[in-house]
Design a protein around this ligand. Structure first.
Ligand code: CMP
Length: 143
């Protein structure tokens, strides 16, 4: 089983879409291994998005991710990383296919509702950045 990090970004929380989007992941068969609502500070936002430092949209991205609370979680399941990424759709909501989360709910490059880890290496790094080891819970579910 594979774990991946999701962040329901400030636009998602402010638009009251968090429950609906978590429900999609659960309906797909992914298990919630960790979940919390937090206010992100700039240091954490900059660490999470370190690979984008220096890009023209970086400062705006940090303003955005620190602009209101986020719901951050760990989802677990078979091929969870690629399953979540395909459910999210293209980064730019304008280009994201209908039926994907961004395709159904976003029309923005930045305010694209949800982050999902893009590789096993990113998932390992991001889960360790956002959660203490004891906050990620292993348990067995039927099915
Ligand atoms: P995410 O999947 O969290 O990874 C990086 C984030 O940067 C991305 O989603 C968007 O929120 C944001 N982003 C990527 N490209 C752009 C862009 N061209 N302009 C503004 N924001 C962007």
């Amino acid at each position: 089983m594979q774990k991946t990090l999701i962040i329901l970004k400030p636009d998602c929380v402010q638009r009251r879409l968090a429950g609906e989007i978590i429900a999609r992941f659960e309906a797909k068969g992914l298990r919630i291994a960790a979940l919390k609502l937090i206010q992100v500070d700039r240091a954490l936002g900059e660490k999470h998005y370190a690979e984008h430092a220096g890009k023209p949209f970086f400062e705006g991205l940090i303003d955005f991710i620190t602009g209101g609370p986020v719901v951050v979680g760990v989802l677990e399941g078979n091929e969870a990383i690629s399953v979540v990424r395909s459910m999210l759709g293209a980064t730019n909501g304008v280009a994201a296919a209908p039926g994907t989360i961004r395709g159904d709910f976003s029309i923005s490059k930045q305010n694209n509702l949800v982050h999902g880890s893009d590789s096993p290496e990113s998932a390992t790094r991001e889960i360790a950045l956002w959660f203490k080891p004891g906050e990620v819970v292993d348990y067995t579910v039927a099915g």
